[in-house]
Write a protein that binds this ligand. Structure first.
Ligand SMILES: CC1=C(CCC(=O)O)c2cc3nc(cc4[nH]c(cc5[nH]c(cc1n2)c(C)c5CCC(=O)O)c(CCC(=O)O)c4C)C(CCC(=O)O)=C3C
Ligand SMILES: [Fe+2]
Length: 345
């Protein structure tokens, strides 16, 4: 019996005073140098100290509520975050007080890997522990990077972004960079590692195929951490320069690693990457993220139905179904383990 859905996201500041405490929450114990935090704080303050992420999540939740009602399903939807209010701990306590005994959890990340999957399992463990006796059972929904509705929403977004571009534009996909060691550790050990970057590459391939574009690139954005630790490369801004050097005149960037236009999309792509392209005289367009697309709410309800009515999971890749466990259990022994953090004084 399922009594509710918990929408579990990253969280973001909603006023200038929130920014620093939010960043402290994100980076606690993670070896991110203070200089990087000062830099990222500027990106947030550039937008008045407000990330769009909470508003976009609330809008997406409203769309899911409407889709549930349309399909005749009576399932309350709760909202909680890892790093900012409403915090998952508080939301899970409210759910317990409301009598919720078992809820499905929709994570706002489509992928495997430590930051994209395992850390949401950790959030579930923490939130249930904070609530103590009476905490609901929480079953996280699976990874959906290869779901046909996810791919179709991105494919239409690429077509829309490319509409005003020269025919020979270069299609470039981006996702959040992670430490190379985290990518190596992504997935169950017997799968050979790099589940995160391989899933990102697969989603990109599926979207490009649906758009009908013969060639594309997969690159990374929003690198954090100390400079001497290797992260996934190349970075989108460097890649735009490299494309320019090869004579490419127009770029369409598709942020396939993200579900909504949060700060890292509006800063790293719409600001930094767009400025680099303008400086080089290249045409630049950025494809929309899927959470404003009606198919995104349909996707969420379809994932819910896999549990409630045993609906057949729809997927376009050969990757195994993953990411779905109860109460924060890892998907497999040593799956997507946290990277070793550099020790800082
Ligand atoms: C894979 C991945 C996703 C995608 C999956 C998912 O969506 O969950 C993601 C999403 C997001 N990342 C976000 C923001 C930040 N990420 C940071 C830092 C980090 N991200 C990492 C990875 C990821 N991050 C990693 C390995 C770090 C280093 C620290 C650590 O090892 O954990 C920092 C610290 C400052 C900095 O150094 O940039 C910030 C502020 C926001 C919210 C933006 C907003 O406010 O609108 C969102 C959606
Ligand atoms: Fe991040």
């Amino acid at each position: 019996m399922t009594d509710a859905l918990l929408w579990l996201s990253f969280g973001g500041p909603e006023s200038p005073a929130d920014v620093r405490p939010f960043l402290e929450n994100v980076t606690r114990g993670r070896g991110v140098p203070p200089e990087r935090l000062d830099e990222v704080e500027k990106h947030y303050q550039h937008f008045g100290g407000v990330s769009p992420i909470n508003r976009l999540n609330r809008e997406a939740i409203d769309a899911v509520r409407a889709e549930l009602a349309r399909q005749g399903m009576d399932l309350p939807v709760y909202f909680g975050n890892r790093n900012w209010h409403p915090m998952a701990e508080d939301t899970v306590a409210t759910m317990a007080a409301d009598g919720v005994r078992r809820a499905l959890v929709f994570p706002t990340s489509a992928y495997g890997g430590y930051s994209a999957c395992r850390q949401y399992h950790e959030d579930i463990v923490r939130a249930r522990a904070a609530t103590g006796d009476g905490a609901p059972d929480l079953v996280k929904l699976r990874q959906f990077f290869d779901h046909p509705l996810f791919v179709a929403a991105f494919a239409d977004a690429v077509r829309a972004a490319a509409a005003d571009m020269p025919q020979d534009y270069r299609l470039v996909f981006t996702a959040h960079s992670v430490p190379d060691s985290a990518d190596v550790a992504a997935g169950p050990p017997d799968e050979g590692g790099r589940r995160y970057s391989r899933q990102v590459a697969e989603a990109a391939r599926l979207v490009a195929r649906e758009v009908g574009v013969a060639e594309h690139d997969v690159v990374w954005q929003s690198r954090s951490g100390p400079p001497h630790i290797p992260w996934l490369e190349p970075d989108i801004v460097d890649h735009i320069e490299a494309l320019h050097g090869r004579g490419v005149r127009a770029v369409v960037v598709c942020p396939v690693g993200f579900v909504s236009d949060h700060l890292e999309v509006v800063w790293d792509l719409d600001t930094e990457a767009a400025e680099k392209a303008a400086e080089l005289g290249m045409s630049f367009a950025r494809a929309a993220t899927p959470n404003g697309d009606p198919r995104f709410a349909e996707l969420v309800v379809e994932l819910i139905r896999e549990h409630i009515d045993g609906a057949e999971p729809r997927k376009l890749s050969d990757f195994p179904l993953a990411g779905c466990t109860a109460n924060g259990a890892p998907c497999a022994v040593a799956c997507c383990e946290a990277p070793k953090r550099p020790v800082r004084a």
